[in-house]
Design a protein around this ligand. Structure first.
Ligand code: VGL
Ligand code: ZN
Length: 218
């Protein structure tokens, strides 16, 4: 089955935080996080000619780390000047081996690597804006200068960095497709019921973000 074929001029694969820190054995393991690796490898060596990748890239004293908030535990929420912030185990520390792009990724077609979350005071889930929703990362300008009109997103975690990137991309006017089997989520329980994974899916669906399985791309 051939499936849809990406247009090399206007379609790009965006790899979000494919780093060992988010995989089993890492500091903030996403369940089955490593299962995205063979799926992404196929997409990078076959259907997509052009890709970019992000790296979560935190200083060791980053304020998204629960360790920086005495009395708080990972997955608690705290109020930051820019709004509520979930606290995490220390992860993706700049320069650490687990913060590198995963060595199983074929990097030939990864043409840009964007690091985010490097300011101690502001987290950055999205590849486009920091969590204050105002500070740009520069990715939008790079994509527009390259003539990209549609993004296919893959990586970790579906309900955080992938979802926030997809939302910002859609808001900026890009077509957005989330390749569902090339992503894995964290799935934190929400106070109002349900999980962050269910909520992200609903939010993205409502914004016109499409979900596709990788088999449909070839
Ligand atoms: C992420 C939590 C904290 C992600 C990054 O890549 O989804 N999640 N930092
Ligand atoms: Zn992070």
């Amino acid at each position: 089955m051939a499936g849809m074929v990406p247009d090399p001029e206007t379609d790009m694969l965006g790899l979000i935080d494919v780093q060992p820190t988010f995989m089993p054995g890492g500091e903030l393991p996403v369940p089955e996080g490593d299962a995205v690796l063979p799926v992404i490898a196929r997409l990078l060596e076959g259907p997509f000619r052009h890709a970019f990748a992000t790296q979560d890239w935190h200083p060791a004293d980053h304020l998204s780390f629960a360790s920086q908030h005495p009395g708080r535990a990972p997955y608690d929420s705290v109020a930051m000047p820019y709004g509520p912030q979930t606290l995490w185990p220390d992860h993706a520390v700049q320069g650490s081996a687990n913060a590198a792009l995963h060595p199983a990724l074929p990097q030939g077609r990864i043409e840009m690597i964007l690091r985010k979350g490097f300011r101690r005071e502001v987290d950055s889930y999205s590849a486009f804006f920091e969590n204050d929703h105002r500070t740009p990362t520069g990715l939008e300008g790079w994509l527009r200068a390259r003539g990209v009109r549609r993004l296919f997103l893959a990586g970790l975690a579906t309900d955080f960095c992938v979802a926030w990137s997809a939302e910002d991309a859609a808001r900026l006017g890009f077509g957005v497709v989330v390749i569902e089997d090339a992503c894995r989520g964290i799935g934190l329980p929400l106070p109002e019921g349900g999980t962050t994974l269910e909520a992200a899916r609903r939010r993205l669906g409502g914004m016109g973000v499409a979900f596709l399985r990788s088999e449909a791309i070839g």
